[in-house]
Design a protein around this ligand. Structure first.
Ligand SMILES: [Zn+2]
Length: 107
């Protein structure tokens, strides 16, 4: 797993950021809505946006967990479709990539 240590470090840092963001969002969602109607409408829109953002954060965290476990078990950087190694430049740009560029393009 040492091969991809710097990617693992970056993913773990990103994971920490995301879990902090999710915590903050959940705190906001727990705030009671303002009784004033105009304020309430804005509050509801904001909480919908927060929920969308929270969902996106969870999705990204799931991808990070999957990438980290592939790094752990030594399958990280190997295309799940053809078994070739994924180009390092591609992994830098897209650390969650599970396919090489050829398979991703549907060769
Ligand atoms: Zn491939």
């Amino acid at each position: 797993m040492k091969d991809h240590q710097h990617i693992a470090d970056a993913l773990q840092a990103r994971m920490a950021q995301l879990s902090e963001r999710v915590e903050r969002l959940e705190e906001d969602l727990r705030q009671p809505l303002d009784p004033d109607f105009a304020e309430q409408a804005t509050g509801m829109e904001a909480s919908e946006a927060n929920e969308a953002l929270e969902g996106a954060s969870w999705a990204e965290m799931a991808q990070i967990r999957a990438a980290l476990s592939r790094i752990e078990d030594g399958t990280y950087g190997i295309c799940v479709s053809c078994g070739d190694s994924i180009a390092p430049a591609r992994l830098e740009a897209l650390p969650f990539a599970q396919q090489c560029i050829d398979c991703a393009r549907g060769r």
